[in-house]
Design a protein around this ligand. Structure first.
Ligand code: GRF
Length: 212
């Protein structure tokens, strides 16, 4: 399954996807990485893996719709049929989300639907929750909403800072993003009444629960 990845910055999730895709039996191939920032570090990861890159600066477009249309054009020109948002910090137009419905996934560093939006780790600590985690989900027009594909659970420690918590969650993000992409590319994922059904899976993978 030819896949495009959208990034805005560091690109550690992109790196995890590139590493997974390099495995012999991985059913998806990353054919294009698009960044809306020319200085995104993730672009370097893509280039050193020999993956085509494109920079589309959103500030050079008249509106969100024309920026998104340019992204769609680049994605289709690269032959991609699926999109992963890996730390892409732009809201998408309804038209783009509709066009790529169920072919567009995002990763978010919380157990959605809790803690949507920005400053997730700070808000997680402020709320005093004992467990948090990360979520890979299909994208819908509302931010950080959509059918959940995979989640991993991470315990919040009493001495956590937002940085220490973010680092432990990020480690799990790097597991579940390739896992979700694999399941989809294998044709095992179906959306029914806005819930995800995964062929052959009755319970979540227990190794994705990380109590300490
Ligand atoms: C990750 O925490 C991801 O969940 C969020 O943005 C961050 C991106 O990190 N959407 P990276 O660029 O993949 O390192």
């Amino acid at each position: 399954m030819k896949t495009a990845v959208l990034i805005s910055g560091r690109g550690s999730n992109l790196e995890a996807l590139i590493a997974a895709a390099a495995e012999e039996d991985f059913p998806a191939e990353i054919v294009l990485v698009i960044s809306n920032k020319a200085d995104a570090k993730g672009l370097e990861h893509a280039k050193s893996a020999g993956i085509a890159t494109a920079v589309l600066n959103h500030k050079e477009f008249e509106d969100r719709e024309s920026f998104d249309a340019a992204m769609s054009e680049a994605i289709e020109a690269a032959g991609a049929e699926f999109i992963c948002m890996a730390g892409f910090m732009r809201l998408l137009s309804d038209g783009f989300v509709k066009k790529w419905r169920d072919r567009l996934i995002n990763i978010h560093p919380s157990l959605l639907p809790a803690f949507k939006g920005l400053h997730v780790h700070e808000r997680t600590l402020e709320a005093g929750v004992r467990f948090t985690g990360c979520t890979v989900h299909f994208v819908r027009p509302a931010m950080d909403e959509g059918p959940i594909i995979v989640q991993a659970v991470v315990a919040v420690l009493t001495d956590d800072t937002s940085d220490s918590l973010a680092a432990r969650i990020l480690e799990q993000e790097h597991h579940i993003f390739p896992q979700a992409l694999r399941l989809i590319a294998e044709g095992k994922v179906r959306v029914s009444a806005e819930r995800v059904l995964i062929e052959g899976i009755k319970a979540p993978d227990q190794s994705l629960i990380n109590p300490t």
